[in-house]
Design a protein around this ligand. Structure first.
Ligand code: ZN
Ligand code: ZN
Length: 127
């Protein structure tokens, strides 16, 4: 475990996280001011490959990194980009064998998109 990996894992665990790579970069720099941009990106990639971190495309433009690799779904606010982990029964999602087209399925993603309470109130005020 390199110090860079340890620092990134620590940051993700402490800040209940679905951070962008840039968020993580600025937090790592608070601990390791000299760390190169590419090192942070490469380390995130390695941690993803190792299965410690999950890279998420939540439809927010930038990818998010999640240290919670247990099966869970995400609630995403389309206005403020708030992301919440929610439990989900993935057994209910299982694709029937006749619909798998022969694929060996290793993963599935569930994203609920909408507006968080604060943003929903704002949206209702405007309209
Ligand atoms: Zn919101
Ligand atoms: Zn998550």
């Amino acid at each position: 475990m390199t110090p860079q990996r340890r620092a990134i894992i620590q940051i993700l665990m402490e800040s209940d996280g679905h951070h962008t790579a840039d968020d993580i970069l600025s937090k790592v720099r608070a601990l390791m001011p000299d760390i190169a941009h590419a090192t942070v990106y490469n380390t995130l990639h390695e941690l993803t490959e190792m299965g410690i971190v999950t890279e998420l495309n939540l439809g927010l433009g930038e990818r998010r990194y999640d240290i919670n690799t247990s099966n869970h779904a995400h609630l995403v606010c389309l206005n403020c980009a708030r992301v919440e982990d929610v439990p989900y029964d993935f057994d209910a999602l299982e694709l029937a064998p006749e619909h798998r087209c022969g694929f060996d399925i290793i993963d599935q993603r569930v994203i609920y998109r909408g507006y968080c309470p604060a943003c929903a109130a704002e949206v209702n005020e405007v309209t």
